[in-house]
Structures are given as structure tokens and as C-alpha cells.
Design a protein around this ligand. Structure first.
Ligand SMILES: Nc1ncnc2c1ncn2[C@@H]1O[C@H](COP(=O)(O)OP(=O)(O)O)[C@@H](O)[C@H]1O
Ligand SMILES: [Mg+2]
Length: 260
């Protein structure tokens, strides 16, 4: 039987009169690769923030492995081990790719005093097996010594995800990791994410349904705060409510989409 990592039951979040998330039920099982799809303003990021604890819902509950975390702060959820890094980590633009990875790794596993060591002894960690292996997995070996500010957007996004993965989160939650990328870069990011399927619980938010077609096992489609469909890709694509709002979802197909 699969472990329920996160379970949201009928959660509602309002901003004034506006209902951003409307009685949403969602369960994320261990090693799930699940996607949340929906047009801009559908409530995807707000639902995400309910899972991470940035907001508390007005109604409903969120369980982590059966324990109620609905009112817990993000820090308390991190302490429970839900995840060390919920979202994409910000990078240090004037440090190299490898130095960013070393920092992400030691930030996750060592105490703050380590920070003093980082800047003087960082080089000694460059050949850590974990660092080398993540550089390989994320196709970053060729740019390992490059300053982050000189990376392409696709390389930088791979680095951000690599930094999140290094912290060994229980759940890798990605809110629009493909936003702003060109098609070729999207392929590269999805290819590296695919290597984590079966090893990592992944929840990915995306507004273009075709991007996650070959990636996720399970989809939840949101529209105006509600879940309008759930299931496999085909099932969701052919769902009447999804078809009704599908063009809205796929309006972005012609643009290089990015949203907040
Ligand atoms: N902090 C906030 N304050 C007020 N309204 C918000 C806030 N965050 C989101 N909203 C509103 O909630 C709705 C859902 O937004 P969001 O969750 O960001 O959608 P999505 O991520 O699917 O594009 C939108 O109408 C948005 O304007
Ligand atoms: Mg969003």
C-alpha cells in the first residue's frame, strides 16, 4: 500500500471575496509523479502554498503522513521532514555552478556555523561524490565552473532544480519550472526530471498540459479555484469540463509562456 505523503481535504482559501482555492481534495502518494494543470489564476500556486504552509486554509485540512499540519508554519513542516526545499532555490549569480551546489548541499545538512567554512574551504567539496553525481544527472558537468550569471536560462533552471534535489526533500514541489524556457530547454529540464521518477515524490505545476504529457502519471486540473478533473492525461484531456476550458489552458501554446 502506498504511503499518503500529503493529503488535502476540502481546502478553501479566500482572498477577500475571491475564492482562490475552492474545496480542493488532493492526495499525493509516495513516489507519485503528479501534475497540477490550469490556466492563469486557476489557483494552482495558492493551493501549492497551502501545502507548504505559506497560507493556512479557511476550511479543510492538510495531513502529512496522517498527521494534521493544517496550522503548521512552513518551518514546522520543514522540521517534520515534509521537505527541506519546497520550491526552487535561488542561486548566487556570481558563484560557479559547483559552488552553488556545494552551498545547497551543506545548507541542507549542516548547521549554520558551516557557513563560515564555505567561502574559504568550498573548493575541497568540489569532488564530493554527491556533487559530482548531481552535476552528471543534471547535465551540468560541462558548465560546472561557469558563473551562474553566465548560464542560459535552461542551464540555470536545471541548476535550481538540482539544488532543490540535493537537499533530499521528501517531496519535490515545482511551481512552473518550465516557465520562460524555450522548447529545447524544456526538453532538457524534463529529461533530467525524468531521471527522478520512481525515486522521488514529485508534484509539478504547469499551465500547458502538453508539457507534462509524457511526464506525469496523474493529473489534477484546476479552474477558477476548483478541481474540474483528475486522473490520467487522456482522461483529463477528454473530460467535458476540461474541454470547455481547454483552449484557455492551451492559449499559451503559441507563446513562450510564463506566469506568476
Ligand atoms: N496573495 C494574494 N492576494 C490576493 N489575491 C491573490 C493572492 N495570490 C493569488 N491571488 C488570486 O487568487 C487567484 C489564484 O491565483 P494563483 O493561485 O496564483 O493562480 P495560478 O497559480 O493558477 O495562476 C487569482 O485570481 C489571484 O489573483
Ligand atoms: Mg501560479
Amino acid at each position: 500500500m502506498s504511503i499518503e505523503i500529503l493529503k488535502a481535504s476540502s481546502v478553501t482559501k479566500r482572498f477577500g471575496a475571491m475564492v482562490a482555492v475552492n474545496r480542493v481534495d488532493f492526495t499525493l502518494y509516495e513516489h507519485d509523479v503528479a501534475g497540477i494543470i490550469g490556466s492563469n489564476g486557476a489557483g494552482k500556486t495558492t493551493f501549492f502554498n497551502l501545502l507548504t504552509g505559506l497560507f493556512a486554509p479557511e476550511e479543510g485540512s492538510i495531513l502529512h503522513k496522517g498527521v494534521d499540519v493544517t496550522r503548521m508554519t512552513p518551518q514546522q513542516r520543514v522540521a517534520r521532514g515534509i521537505t527541506r526545499t519546497f520550491q526552487l532555490t535561488s542561486t548566487f549569480d556570481t558563484l560557479s555552478v559547483t559552488d552553488n551546489l556545494v552551498l545547497a548541499y551543506y545548507r541542507a545538512f549542516h548547521k549554520a556555523s558551516m557557513w563560515n567554512l564555505f567561502f574559504t574551504k568550498m573548493k575541497r567539496f568540489h569532488d564530493e561524490p554527491k556533487i559530482i553525481s548531481i552535476l552528471e544527472t543534471f547535465d551540468l558537468l560541462p558548465v560546472r565552473d561557469r558563473m551562474v550569471k553566465n548560464l542560459s536560462l535552461g542551464e540555470k533552471r536545471r541548476l535550481e532544480i538540482a539544488m532543490a534535489v540535493l537537499a533530499e526533500p521528501e517531496v519535490l514541489l515545482l511551481d512552473e519550472p518550465l516557465a520562460g524556457l524555450a522548447e529545447s530547454e524544456i526538453k532538457g529540464v524534463l529529461a533530467v526530471l525524468r531521471r527522478h521518477i520512481g525515486k522521488q515524490t514529485i508534484l509539478i505545476v504547469e499551465h500547458k498540459i502538453s508539457h507534462v504529457q509524457d511526464f506525469v502519471q496523474r493529473l489534477m486540473v484546476m479552474h477558477e479555484g476548483r478541481v474540474i478533473a483528475e486522473g490520467g492525461y487522456e482522461e483529463c484531456l477528454n473530460h467535458p469540463e476540461v474541454r470547455k476550458s481547454y483552449w484557455q489552458i492551451d492559449d499559451s501554446a503559441t507563446e513562450n509562456s510564463s506566469n506568476g
